[in-house]
Design a protein around this ligand. Structure first.
Ligand code: SF4
Ligand code: SF4
Length: 369
């Protein structure tokens, strides 16, 4: 039976985080994990200071490393931002320093291996960070955030970072449809086999996440022995219904993490008593995929172009760093005449550009007639 431990934690004061994390991890029986090799996968979307709420906070990572080390476990920590230098991004987020200080082994995820996903619906094998073959346990250490493409990002989506760097763009291109992309993320989790999930929701992100939203004080830490159960609890607290979230609904449907009707235990605080009624969520973007079976490809593209939000570039905020151009899987962007130019006929609406721009220069809007 899955268990989700939740406790209030008002801020990132280190001693407080340690005390609360110890209680959380005890209650999901992580104290019984001894002498194992454990990979911790925080969220390092891009180089951002902890106050921006883009990345898992270093105080949370530190508390988890210290807890696990007490039982003789060997700790590996890593993530792979889409294109930035991984160590520089991790250092700006304060995570690399914490790992070094605690004697954890830093992983840059540049070495990959074919990791099978025999239960996967769409993908039967992934090229993922090879450290997965060397560890006994994987723990997803997510941040509570909204997500412009998938509406919500938590423990399951966080493991997309096991795909190294720009290879993520190839998967966006291969699965441009939102539901297929969600299924691919579920298949990836079936391959990576995370055993536990921890969420930093002391300060989450609301509005146009996962990179351009606003910090939101939530004041919670969560831990679970089940990635899906943790995500269901977190999404519920934010105000989402699981069936409206593509990743969570497909993870539920696959039955790997939770069987139909299976009960989730809350040994500490209860998710339903912590609901936030004004979290700025991403509501469903109109999805043209429902029309795909009923019209020719040219007409489908036209409908998609008109009904689905597209990235709009604000030249006043744009620093011409070129990061959106590099990450765009459809090669729909270029810099010309001192501004970013978009070819919307090529754009697959994956919103990687919006996710990665840390200057808030991209907004998502429907075409205006
Ligand atoms: S839109 Fe953002 S990511 Fe793209 S070039 Fe401008 S500042 Fe860089
Ligand atoms: S322009 Fe942006 S939304 Fe369109 S395909 Fe490129 S990265 Fe994706």
């Amino acid at each position: 039976m899955a268990s989700v431990a939740i406790l209030k934690c008002p801020d990132y004061e280190e001693e407080k985080v340690v005390q609360i994390m110890n209680k959380l991890l005890d209650s999901i029986h992580l104290d019984q994990v001894k002498d194992k090799k454990i990979l911790l996968k925080p969220n390092i979307l891009y180089a951002a200071q902890p106050s921006k709420a883009v990345t898992t906070h270093p105080a949370v990572l530190k508390a988890v490393i210290r807890y696990l080390q007490k039982n003789g476990n060997t700790i590996f920590v890593g993530d792979s931002p889409a294109f930035q230098n991984q160590e520089a991004a991790a250092s700006k987020a304060g995570l690399k320093q914490v790992a070094d200080e605690c004697g954890a082994i830093w992983q840059d995820f540049t070495h990959t291996a074919a990791i099978p996903s025999p239960e996967g619906k769409l993908v039967k094998s992934f090229q993922l960070a090879s450290i997965l073959n060397d560890v006994d346990i994987v723990i997803s250490m997510a941040k509570m955030k909204t997500h412009s493409l998938m509406y919500y990002t938590g423990a399951i989506k966080n493991l997309f970072g096991l795909v190294p760097g720009l290879s993520k763009s190839a998967l966006h291109l291969r699965f441009p449809d939102r539901d297929n992309f969600a299924q691919m993320i579920v298949d990836l989790n079936l391959a990576a086999k995370p055993s536990y999930a921890i969420m930093d929701a002391i300060v989450g992100m609301e509005g146009p996440g996962p990179g351009s939203g606003s910090p939101r004080n939530v004041g919670l830490l969560l831990a679970s022995d089940n990635v899906l159960a943790l995500d269901l609890a977190a999404a519920r607290i934010m105000g989402y219904k699981a069936e409206t979230l593509p990743i969570l609904s497909q993870a539920l449907e696959c039955g790997h993490w939770l069987k139909p009707g299976e009960e989730v235990i809350y040994p500490l605080e209860k998710a339903e008593e912590l609901l936030i009624n004004d979290y700025r969520l991403i509501w469903h973007l109109h999805d043209a995929s429902m029309f795909r079976d009923y019209m020719p490809e040219w007409a489908f593209r036209l409908v998609k172009n008109l009904t689905v939000k597209r990235p709009i570039f604000n030249p006043k905020k744009c620093k011409l760093c070129g990061e959106c151009v590099r990450i765009c899987p459809a090669k729909a962007l270029s810099i010309a005449g001192n501004k970013v130019q978009a070819d919307y006929k090529k754009c697959i609406r994956c919103y990687c550009c919006h996710e990665i721009c840390n200057h808030n220069a991209i907004t998502l809007k429907k075409k205006v007639f």
